[in-house]
Design a protein around this ligand. Structure first.
Ligand SMILES: [Zn+2]
Length: 73
């Protein structure tokens, strides 16, 4: 996980069909979030996350505060 980049590279091999958690996890890293050790959390560090994926309220706030998130009204 490079810290100083604003892009994420995800290889298609480990992504299981209909499982968007791997790319969503990497995008969340680019939006200021780091690993969180609770299974089912989108930032759980292993690919054994369980659906439905969730974020803590403070994680949602960090994500919303990212420079990559723009609100359109
Ligand atoms: Zn990660």
């Amino acid at each position: 996980m490079p810290i100083l980049t604003n892009y994420a590279t995800v290889t298609a091999g480990p992504i299981i069909a209909n499982d968007i958690s791997a790319p969503a996890h990497e995008v969340a890293h680019r939006c200021n979030l780091w690993h969180f050790d609770r299974k089912g959390n989108l930032l759980y560090p292993k690919n054994s996350r369980t659906h439905p994926y969730w974020l803590m309220r403070w994680q949602r706030n960090y994500l919303r505060d990212s420079r990559h998130v723009i609100y359109l009204f």
